[in-house]
Write a protein that binds this ligand. Structure first.
Ligand SMILES: [Zn+2]
Length: 297
């Protein structure tokens, strides 16, 4: 495991090095964070902290998988995939993280709206409210997942708590473990739920993005301008992640198309992200059949 453990260690190190109490106007804080490959996000105390947009960086597809995916006969007429969701809301004894049912319903609508055009349907099966000061801080997450996970081969387990300076969200890739492994599932900072405190990443798109990884998608900026990029033929190449909403940006001018800054698998602000491409959808359906077949039972 490691890849993930390593990220966490690295990010914690970064967070510690930067400290949380950034001074100066918000704009300069944001650009400084972006230069460092981070985003500035508001925390519960109203202060701003610099964190990774996503903990899934450096993930790779298993050898041969991209080729297998290209050759697959799966076209756009994929059959619907229905995914029951179990949401584990971890809060602390002060009540932080205890998101309301109304917000949860809104988050599910955001998730559904992003995936429905591509024939993925998410149903909230249960909300598991857990008060635990240790887990809320993201400590002993493997112990927590082992204790809480509901049949990961047939459910999407979502965990929310305060990820501190680690990232806004992360997940394991479908091929990292067998489909029934308790470690599968998506973790997001509770402040990214719609209307949450995680400005400007508080419209629910962090969950949309992480579920994209859960279903096998890479970041659109994977490998920069170098082939095969993110392995998806209809997402233009881009040299690096986009922050904010840099309309018209083109960091790989020798490649066709402007940067896919509106794609959910980029790092733009929530208000800037609005779609997956048809080929990303095709890839997700392929990945479900190949790695998460029990979701189809
Ligand atoms: Zn990501």
């Amino acid at each position: 495991m490691s890849r993930f453990a390593l990220f966490v260690v690295v990010f914690l190190g970064l967070g510690a090095a930067f400290g949380v109490s950034a001074a100066g106007p918000l704009e300069s804080l944001r650009s400084l964070a972006h230069e460092q490959g981070l985003v500035a996000v508001q925390g519960a105390d109203g202060g701003w902290r610099r964190v990774r947009r996503c903990g899934v960086e450096g993930a790779e597809m298993p050898p041969g998988l991209a080729q297998e995916m290209r050759r697959s006969r799966l076209k756009r007429d994929h059959s619907p995939v229905e995914i029951p969701v179990v949401l584990h809301l971890i809060s602390n004894s002060k009540g932080e993280g205890a998101v309301s049912d109304a917000v949860i319903a809104q988050q599910m609508r955001v998730l559904q709206a992003a995936y429905e055009p591509h024939n993925f349907f998410f149903t909230l099966q249960s909300v598991n409210r857990v008060v635990d000061d240790i887990w809320f801080q993201g400590e002993r997450e493997n112990v927590m997942r082992a204790a809480l996970a509901v049949d990961p081969s047939r459910h999407l387990n979502i965990y929310s708590f305060d990820l501190g300076e680690v990232a806004l969200g992360y997940t394991f890739m479908p091929w990292d473990y067998p489909e029934d492994d308790y470690r599968h599932g998506v973790t997001v900072f509770y402040g990214t739920f719609p209307g949450g405190e995680g400005l400007p990443y508080n419209e629910g798109d962090t969950l949309v993005h992480e579920v994209g990884h859960y279903l096998g998608l890479m970041h659109t900026f994977q490998r920069g301008c170098k082939a095969p990029g993110d392995f998806i033929p209809d997402t233009p190449y881009e040299k690096r992640a986009s922050y904010g909403c840099p309309v018209g940006r083109d960091t790989c001018p020798h490649r066709p198309g402007e940067d896919p800054i509106h794609n959910y698998m980029n790092y733009s602000e929530d208000g800037c992200m609005d779609h997956f491409t048809p080929q990303q959808a095709r890839a997700m359906h392929f990945v479900v059949r190949r790695f998460r077949p029990s979701l189809l039972d």
